[in-house]
Design a protein around this ligand. Structure first.
Ligand code: FPP
Length: 242
């Protein structure tokens, strides 16, 4: 597990930011629009936030786009979110590539239709040499599901109980090789983790804002980064000022 223990108590810029992009539905409802219009506006905003993250020197951005629980939403909304994933790949991939973004996926691809699965895998392949920003898209992702999946694979690989360590479990997660998130942002005023990066977020700093995701702009991101700079990360140790 990479807890960042080797880092200073205060970090200037987070290496890895993860975002729960919440509030699309309420953003749409407050404008008398259908919920899907909120998800579309959220997707537009995502493009701006990706660019801002790259500008600010963040190396990893993980976004919660579709949880394992989101299948329980109305069919129209589920289909709309699947279409958004497809549209993003069809329309935005070249631009993401030109910006130096490497696309990755976390979650279970086997829950998606073969054509969409193929499209995601091709997009990952197409951008695999980019290094400016690694964008992890959590789609059909659940933190508990990820841990269950890791345990199943550890057992299948015949790993003995006494060989299991923090570091080894991390290597079996969807995020293998990715440093743990330094900062997790949740928009829309909800104060929950919602099954997102529950292992990796053990020592993450959290930033909550009432702003709905489509309105979470570069200034808000700067504010979150400024607050992160003020935080003292102790990783269970005592304060440096004591
Ligand atoms: C939560 O808001 C948001 C989601 C479940 C979907 C987030 C997806 C995007 C922003 C699109 C980007 C997608 C891809 C594939 C890149 P909510 O609908 O729960 O909002 P509410 O709580 O106000 O109803």
């Amino acid at each position: 597990m990479n807890t960042g223990m080797d880092k200073d108590f205060h970090s200037a810029v987070p290496t890895h930011i993860a975002i729960i992009m919440d509030g699309n539905g309420r953003w749409a409802l407050s404008r008398g629009l259908p919920r899907l219009a909120g998800h579309r506006a959220g997707t537009e905003n995502l493009r701006r936030v990706i660019e801002a993250c790259a500008e600010f020197g963040i190396k990893y951005l993980t976004i919660y786009a579709f949880s394992t629980e989101n299948w329980g939403r109305p069919l129209e909304e589920v289909q709309g979110l699947l279409r958004i994933l497809e549209d993003v790949i069809d329309r935005e991939l070249q631009e993401l590539h030109d910006q130096g973004v490497q696309l990755r996926h976390i979650g279970r691809l086997d829950g998606l239709k073969p054509a969409l699965r193929k499209k995601v895998l091709e997009a990952i392949e197409f951008t695999k040499h980019n290094t400016r920003l690694i964008l992890n898209v959590a789609f059909n992702y659940g933190g508990r599901d990820e841990i269950v999946c890791a345990i199943q694979r550890l057992i299948k690989d015949g790993v003995a109980a006494e060989e299991i360590t923090d570091a080894l479990v991390s290597q079996y997660l969807f995020t293998a090789g990715v440093p743990d998130p330094d900062l997790i942002i949740r928009t829309s005023g909800e104060l929950r983790g919602s099954n997102f990066l529950i292992w990796q977020g053990a020592y993450s700093e959290w930033y909550f804002t009432p702003t709905y995701w489509p309105d979470f702009d570069k200034e808000e991101l700067s504010r979150a980064l400024e607050e992160f700079r003020q935080r003292e990360r102790r990783y269970g140790r005592v304060s440096q000022s004591l």
